[in-house]
Write a protein that binds this ligand. Structure first.
Ligand code: C2E
Ligand code: MG
Ligand code: MG
Length: 611
């Protein structure tokens, strides 16, 4: 073993041979070829050499005393750090050399003595190159593995990030979907989600005949009044409270939805028969009839409910809901605060109503209306004091249609605005024409009925001004008849309009007095000029000969409030006499005249009747 300094750039070869001569020859040969060469005479020295520095190649003599070459090779191969160092065996020609055993033990080549120098160098070189190549491959491999590991890690990170992003997007999407399908105020399912669930129920009913369900359509009565008079914040608070109460009437499997505004939809599932759905509706009505104690107000709120039995023959969920809605409308029409079961006849009527609605739309465009005029008589002079304009619809197929038939539809659809403004315009225009007639009394008035709906429109005053300007009618001769519902909806808009009408000196008449819910004391706070006692009271007079019903009381209170009184529907001389005796100011009715066509009015005036 020599301890020369090892050159790290040179390949290191360890020669193990018990014969120093061999060692010398071989080592000088290889040293000349530029290798680091170390020498070991036996196993012990070889081991020490390897423990110091690992060689790149081992040349190993087979025949050695104590531990022979085979055993040395075996030991190196079984030791981790030396296992992959190539071992070339050296054998003498006359040795009994077992090549198979040598290769089996891990030898990679062999050299026979005496040496062919060239051969030794080539074989050594070959093995070193092979080993270098192997090591390079190994290095590349580990590098590659390292890179794969790194990339895999990177990919895993990216994947994790992506999954996180997908999850948060899903969450966002769920949230959006939730917003889209729910009502933000009450948190209840909205119409879209309700229709979906109704659709599911319908599908289920089609598959399973034992599954039964019902749908309820609930609409609050006069919710608008609360909203308009107490404001939207109170309205919202009330809606939340209503939703809460309705929920209490339901089982966990049922669905309550807000369909919009003050309308709710209820889906009741797994029913045995319709009576359970009716029970739910009754419970709801009862729950709602308890006053709502809101943060600042106590509010009463009734509702109308339409019930539709979940018939599997329905094609679409929307139709189920539509029919529940139709039944709800019927409940409203019959006086509100009640429920109504849908029956197919309602659908037919609804269709008819729809037809009227469509026709009416056309009628407004084509002005298919005419006005009849009914005289109003002053009971003090016995002579005509004015006319009430009463509209009729001249239907192209059905002929003359009474206002009682189409005004409600017109009010519902909003067409009433156009109709009433048209009547007002035409009647004022007509008054101007009559005023040109010499027989016409000086202060002949014209009374026009205005629907309560017009009083929700702030531009009503502008329209009235325009008509007065265009027709040059004297506002003192104009009377506007309103119903109690106008003042019952005591909103700021209504108040302003009424005030503006008064400012223009146009007279306001309370029509059909006594049929609504207003009391005389309530009416007192509005600048009304006259009260028109509804004809039902006039008819009643004769059944209560002595007391004459409520008429005397109404007249005397109205007078004490500074209002004039008009009696409506006077048909008999007895009625006229009684009204006179009660000091009633004006009267109107078939006794004097039916409503007249426009052409007959001038003659009627010219006849100068006196009663
Ligand atoms: P109203 O304003 O109370 O008009 C009085 C109604 O009683 C008229 O019915 C009139 O023809 C009828 N009538 C008059 N005298 C008698 C009588 O002695 N006996 C009986 N039984 N009835 C009598 P009409 O013309 O069918 O009008 C019905 C209702 O339609 C009106 O009641 C009014 O509320 C509404 N209306 C009429 N024209 C208009 C209009 O231009 N606009 C609006 N918004 N409503 C109108
Ligand atoms: Mg009237
Ligand atoms: Mg009336």
């Amino acid at each position: 073993m020599n301890y020369q300094q090892l050159d790290p750039d040179k390949k290191d070869i360890l020669i193990i041979d018990d014969k120093p001569d061999n060692l010398r020859v071989l080592s000088s040969l290889l040293a000349r070829k530029g290798y680091n060469v170390r020498k070991a005479l036996n196993w012990q020295m070889a081991l020490t050499a390897c423990q110091t520095v690992l060689p790149d190649l081992i040349l190993l003599d087979i025949m050695m005393p104590e531990v022979d070459g085979y055993e040395v090779c075996r030991r190196f191969k079984s030791w981790d750090v030396t296992a992959d160092i190539p071992v070339i065996f050296i054998s003498a020609l006359d040795d009994i050399f077992d090549k198979i055993k040598a290769f089996r033990l891990g030898g990679v080549d062999y050299i026979t003595k005496p040496f062919e120098f060239e051969e030794v160098v080539v074989r050594v070189q070959n093995q070193l190159e092979l080993r270098a190549a192997r090591l390079e491959i190994l290095k590349l491999n580990t590098e590659l593995e390292q890179r794969v590991k790194y990339r895999t890690l990177e990919l895993e990170n990216t994947l994790e990030k992506l999954q996180g992003e997908i999850a948060s997007r899903q969450q966002l999407q769920d949230k959006l979907l939730d917003i889209v399908l729910h009502d933000s105020l009450t948190g209840l399912p909205n119409r879209v989600l309700f229709i979906r669930q109704l659709g599911n129920a319908l599908d289920l009913a089609k598959q399973d005949i034992s599954y039964q369900f019902a749908v309820l359509y609930l609409d609050c009565d006069r919710f608008k009044v609360v909203n308009d008079s107490l404001g939207h914040i109170v309205g919202d608070e009330l809606l939340i409270a209503i939703a809460h109460r309705l929920q209490l009437c339901l089982n966990s499997g049922d669905t309550l939805a807000r369909l919009g505004g003050d309308e709710f939809g209820i889906l009741i599932e797994n029913l045995r028969d319709i009576s359970s759905a009716i029970q739910v509706a009754e419970l709801m009505l009862q729950q709602l009839s308890i006053p709502f104690k809101l943060s600042r107000y106590e509010v009463f709120m009734n509702a109308s409910i339409g019930i539709n039995w979940g018939n599997k023959d329905y094609e679409k969920a929307e139709y189920l809901l539509r029919d529940a809605d139709t039944a709800m409308y019927r409940a409203k029409a019959q006086g509100k605060a009640r429920y109504k079961l849908f029956d197919p006849a309602m659908y037919q009527e609804a269709i008819q109503l729809l037809e009227i609605e469509n026709d009416l739309r056309r009628a407004v465009e084509r002005e298919e209306f005419i006005i009849y005029y009914q005289p109003i008589i002053s009971l003090h002079t016995g002579r005509i004091s004015g006319f009430e304009a009463l509209v009729r619809w001249l239907h192209p197929v059905r002929g003359l249609i009474a206002p009682t038939e189409f005004i409600p539809v017109a009010e519902e659809t909003g067409l009433i605005n156009a109709i009433d403004i048209w009547v007002l315009q035409s009647a004022c225009h007509q008054l101007r024409i009559w005023q040109n007639h010499p027989a016409t009394p000086k202060n002949l008035t014209i009374s026009v009925n205005l629907s309560a709906r017009l009083f929700t429109q702030p531009n009503l005053i502008a329209q009235i001004d325009k008509i007065i300007y265009e027709t040059q009618v004297n506002p003192l001769n104009l009377e506007l008849e309103i119903t109690e519902s106008v003042i019952m909806e005591n909103t700021n808009v209504v108040k302003t309009i009424i005030e503006e009408i008064k400012n223009r000196k146009i007279k306001l008449v309370m029509d059909d007095f006594g049929t609504g819910y207003s009391s005389l004391s309530y009416i007192h706070s509005f600048p009304l000029h006259s009260l028109k006692i509804d004809k039902s009271f006039i008819t009643q007079m004769q059944f209560h000969q002595d007391t004459m019903g409520l008429v005397p009381a109404i007249i005397s209170i109205a007078e004490s409030m500074g209002m004039t009184v008009i009696a409506e529907g006077v048909e008999t001389k007895e009625q006229l006499a009684k009204l006179r005796s009660l000091n009633c100011d004006f009267a109107q009715g078939y006794l004097f005249s039916q409503p007249l066509e426009e052409q007959s009015v001038v003659n009627f005036i010219a006849d100068a009747h006196q009663w």
